[in-house]
Design a protein around this ligand. Sequence first.
Ligand SMILES: N[C@@H](CCC(=O)N[C@@H](CS)C(=O)NCC(=O)O)C(=O)O
Length: 342
Amino acid sequence: MKTKLSLLASVVVASTAFMSTAANAADGTLDKVLKKGVLTCGVSTGLPGFSNPNSKGEWEGIDVEYCQALAAAVLGDKTKVKYVPLTAKERFTALQSGEIDVLSRNTTWTLHRDTALGLNFVGVNYYDGQGFMIKKDLGISSAKELDGASVCVQSGTTTELNLADYFRNNKMTYKPVVFDTAAQTSSGFDAGRCDVLTTDQSGLYALRLNLADPSSAVVLPEIISKEPLGPVVRQGDDKWFNIAKWTLNTMINAEEYGVDSQNVDKMLKSSDPNIKRILGVDGPKGKSLGLNDDWGYQVIKQVGNYGESFERTVGEGSPLEISRGVNALWNEGGFMYAPPIR
Ligand SMILES: N[C@@H](CCC(=O)N[C@@H](CS)C(=O)NCC(=O)O)C(=O)O
């Protein structure tokens, strides 16, 4: 239950969010990014497949590739991105305050975040759900057998809230063991600080890679929540919101129409009107977004379509080995469906 004091604190946070939104609308995020020549993108502190620095310190992952795509659309150069690593707890304040231009960090779209926090979700770049991972020697095969378990979980996440709901609904008790970063959560689990680790299922596969012996851990079959993950911008800047939305939409549409980073130059001469519009050869082009006409071409040429990005970062050819599943295109049995470019 909320105390009067914490209620007052939330009101202050919410009104600060709206004040900074108003300030940013006046500047306009697009103008700010164009002036600086760089996009400031909030990412995680490190989650393989989504946003993670490689051995050379370069950021990689499906969420990082979205930042690159946005930079390619706006600045014509996917390398013009400044990455700001953020824990789950820090991420929304960083966006509200204007420290970052976009948050692209395995963030679940919820009503509260989309409204009270003064934010706008751009779309979904990965449909996920929360799961559990145990050490094999715990000897159980279902989450329903977890009564009394100690659970490693990260603070400031939907994960924490769903965990409480799930155990309460199933009349089970648990002991939360709470950490601030993904690295701390997985090493806590590895060191035996808890019986089970819970997060988004994709995150379980990612964190399993970091265990001393990944084969000692198994993911239980239950998915206890919906976690539609996607990039986020501030409310009150529709121009920027549109650019952020259509960058993701163009990556998904390009996959649907078979345009990728390898064939995009040839596709510039395609007679298919859908492809012409995706690449800005015809149709609405860039004017209504405030971008150059080749913005879609730059996204696909420099980064690629959604399917290419998925395969490279989290897909079956990546260390995470995740199949497309519900993240397949709508016409291939999945949920990925982008509104038309026309
Ligand atoms: N999707 C959930 C969970 C997101 C989350 O932050 N998960 C953790 C656990 S895997 C994470 O990504 N941590 C990375 C970090 O701490 O930087 C949410 O939006 O609340």
